[in-house]
Design a protein around this ligand. Structure first.
Ligand SMILES: [Mn+2]
Length: 355
């Protein structure tokens, strides 16, 4: 595996490449062109400039998170072929620049959903949290307003204000899209992009829905092992794989994370590893990466990745806000650096114990 950190680009991220370069064991970044909209073609010039900036800092691009999928593709409306063509063009340009991993998601309307961005934990750190009763009490159009006040001024991925302004229209556009339709639209998309993925050896790694169940009555399909297996078998190509996000699949306590990892051997192209602390089945908060701070056994998760021979990029995921850092919620430097170091320590111990 290669340890990486997510980076939103110098215009958007409070963390610098220099700081990332100084986290022991972190050699790559997972990045994006954060100011592009879903459906826009990424130019080779911009990809090359991003690549150069990262390489000049002594790092490299380990993958893209994300190239977002336009709503027309998820809805399956009349414009989808146009946006799929744009997506293919972007993949081609990434491939030409020697980039071979793309994370994306297929969640309708909302990206990840949380009800609090700064819940205080006993140690005084603040974390993202989710409470089902709080979601049930909200209208979807109020969701954005309810969390944006805690965003430290950052634009949250998937929660861009211009997108949220159109939320009622988006709900209307998705009204006939059920789980079966969403699966069919995902299949259509994957079949169209697989040729370019094969040509340039680009591994597509779908990110799970977070939380891993339906929110506001919208269909959610990338939520558990049977659904992932269905997704992989409906377009059976090694380039059609997954981002194994422990914190997202782990929101549903019925998901056995190490077992899922072992069942997905060869198709996990990217891993997000983080911990959650459950207060009940319907209320969880993001914890430090350390096993004892949350509800997951992080050793077992890393051991499962080791056992399947995982050799892709891995990254610590959302961190707590600690030491008075002000950053995009979940994406400060300090706690993610601690997370990377802890995960590297687990990995070293596993490698040596199995030598
Ligand atoms: Mn994730």
């Amino acid at each position: 595996m290669e340890m990486t950190l997510r980076w939103y680009g110098s215009r958007f991220d409070t963390v610098s490449l220099k700081e990332i370069r100084q986290i022991p064991g972190v050699t790559g970044v997972i990045t994006t062109l954060y100011d592009t909209s879903p459906g826009e073609v990424w130019s080779r010039e911009r990809i090359r400039a991003l690549k150069r900036e990262i390489e000049e800092a002594g790092l490299h691009i380990s993958g893209i998170e994300s190239v977002n999928v336009h709503d027309s593709i998820k809805i399956g409306d009349k414009d989808r072929d146009l946006y799929i063509d744009h997506y293919i063009e972007t993949l081609k340009n990434l491939g030409e620049e020697d980039i071979h991993l793309v994370c994306y998601n297929f969640m309708p309307v909302f990206d990840w959903t949380r009800t609090e961005l700064a819940r205080k934990r006993p140690d005084g750190s603040t974390v993202l949290a989710y409470n089902q009763a709080a979601v049930d009490a909200l209208k979807p159009e109020d969701m954005f307003a309810s969390i944006s006040k805690d965003s430290n001024g950052a634009v949250l991925p998937g929660w861009e204000p211009e997108r949220m302004e159109k939320i009622k229209e988006l709900f209307e556009a998705y009204k006939d899209v059920d789980e079966e339709k969403l699966f069919a639209n995902l299949k259509y998309f994957l079949e169209k992009i697989m040729p370019v993925c094969n040509e340039y050896d680009i591994k597509m790694a779908i990110h799970p829905d977070d939380p891993a169940w339906s929110v506001f009555g919208l269909p959610r399909i990338i939520i558990n092992l049977p659904n992932i297996k269905r997704m992989m078998s409906m377009v059976d190509d090694v380039h059609n794989g997954v981002t194994f996000c422990a914190g997202s699949y782990g929101t549903n306590r019925a998901n056995d994370l190490p077992l899922m990892i072992r069942s997905l051997k060869g198709r996990i192209h990217f891993a997000h590893v983080r911990n959650l602390k459950f207060n009940s089945d319907d209320d969880f908060e993001e914890a430090a990466h350390l096993s004892s701070d949350g509800s997951f056994d992080m050793y077992e998760i890393m051991k499962a990745l080791y056992d399947i021979g995982f050799d892709g990029p891995i990254r610590p995921d959302h961190g707590r806000m600690i030491w008075d850092e002000v950053a995009m919620p979940g994406y400060g430097l300090y706690d993610r650096a601690l997370g990377a170091t802890y995960l590297n320590g687990l990995w070293e111990a596993i490698v040596k114990a199995n030598a």
